[in-house]
Design a protein around this ligand. Structure first.
Ligand code: G1P
Length: 186
C-alpha cells in the first residue's frame, strides 16, 4: 500500500519466491534485442550459478539516473561485480555501465533487503541490497546485446510504440503514410 522504493517492492514478493532464483523485470523498460535479454541473463546464470544483472553502457553524462556497476570483465560482455552505487554524480561513478532493468536474483537477496535502510530519494534501493550482497557472494553483470527502450517517460513511451509498430509488417505501410500525412498537416 505504501511506495517505499524498488527494494521494498521486491521484498514484498518474498513469500511467492519459494527460495528459488527469480527474475526482476522493471515495467518501465522494453527491450529490442536479437536474443531476449532475459535469455541472455539465464545463460550467464546457468554458467556461473550466481545472481546476474543486465548492464548497458551509457554516455557518462547520464550515469546519475541509474544504478552503476563497478567490476571487471571475466569474459566477453560478462563482468564480475565488485560494487554498485545508486545514482552517483558523474564524478563519483565508478563506470558507465548501468543496471538495465533486468535481474536474476537468488532468494538470499531478501536477507539483505530486510536490513537495507532508505537510501537515494529516501527509498529502499535494490541496488543498496545488492551492494551488501556482493561483499558476501559472487554476482555478475551481462552487457546488453540490443537496445533498451525507456518507456517510463511520455516521450519515450510514444516513440517506442511508434518504433515497434513500424517494425511490424502488418502495420508498417499504413502507419508510415499516416505519420507523414499527419506531420505535413500540422
Ligand atoms: C531503477 C534502479 C536503478 C536502475 C534503473 C533502471 O531506478 O533503482 O538502479 O538503473 O531502475 O531503469 P528508477 O528508474 O526506478 O529510478
Amino acid at each position: 500500500k505504501e511506495q517505499k522504493g524498488l527494494g521494498d517492492a521486491v521484498y514484498c514478493a518474498r513469500h511467492h519466491i519459494n527460495g528459488e532464483p527469480f527474475m526482476v523485470l522493471l515495467g518501465d523498460t522494453v527491450m529490442d534485442a536479437p536474443v531476449p535479454p532475459a535469455e541472455q541473463l539465464q545463460k550467464v546464470y546457468a554458467r556461473y550459478q550466481a545472481p546476474v544483472t543486465l548492464l548497458e553502457e551509457v554516455d557518462r553524462s547520464r550515469v546519475s539516473r541509474y544504478g552503476i556497476m563497478d567490476g571487471f570483465e571475466v569474459e566477453k560482455d560478462i563482468f564480475k561485480v565488485r560494487d554498485f552505487v545508486e545514482k552517483p554524480s558523474v564524478d563519483e561513478a565508478p563506470s558507465n555501465l548501468v543496471v538495465a532493468s533486468r535481474y536474476i536474483l537468488t532468494a538470499d537477496i531478501f536477507d539483505y533487503l530486510a536490513k537495507t535502510p532508505p537510501g537515494k530519494g529516501n527509498e529502499i534501493q535494490l541496488t543498496d541490497a545488492m551492494r551488501m550482497m556482493v561483499r558476501d557472494r559472487a554476482m555478475y553483470g551481462c552487457r546488453l546485446n540490443g537496445k533498451r527502450c525507456d518507456i517510463g517517460n511520455k516521450e519515450g513511451f510514444v516513440k517506442t510504440n511508434i518504433e515497434f509498430a513500424l517494425k511490424r509488417n502488418d502495420m508498417n505501410e499504413d502507419l508510415k503514410a499516416y505519420i507523414k500525412k499527419l506531420a505535413e498537416s500540422l
